[in-house]
Design a protein around this ligand. Structure first.
Ligand SMILES: [Zn+2]
Length: 120
């Protein structure tokens, strides 16, 4: 069922999350502050352009990390704040738990070899 309107569903959810976050942290009532509004618009655009569209599994399983790093950080903060709090009231959004996987980057440790500069 959800697959049919996957994108719409995710849009609604992210709207709720950002709304919740903005209301609690930025004291905005009903209308988002410009910063949050921009973030929300951005995330909607990403969904619009999602290559998988209605075939998309969940963002967590998506292999394409389409968010820019700064936006990803922002939405990550929103998720981290809103998710646990919203889950208490709106358990159906537990599905969205999955979305967080999108932002869990695998840590790559760069093996730095400390080669000393030329010794004379
Ligand atoms: Zn805000």
């Amino acid at each position: 069922m959800l697959n049919k309107n996957r994108i719409e569903f995710e849009k609604k959810t992210v709207t709720k999350m950002v709304g919740f976050y903005c209301k609690k942290l930025h004291r905005c009532q009903g209308i988002l502050c410009p910063e949050c509004a921009a973030l929300l618009e951005y995330s909607h655009k990403r969904l619009d352009k999602c290559v998988y569209q209605n075939d998309k599994p969940t963002c967590s399983k998506c292999t394409i990390h389409c968010y820019k790093p700064d936006r990803r950080q922002q939405i990550r903060d929103v998720m981290r704040y809103s998710q646990p709090r919203m889950l208490l009231r709106q358990p159906h959004l537990v599905l969205l738990h999955a979305i967080e996987g999108l932002f869990n980057k695998k840590h790559k440790k760069k093996g730095k070899k400390g080669s000393p500069p030329s010794q004379g």
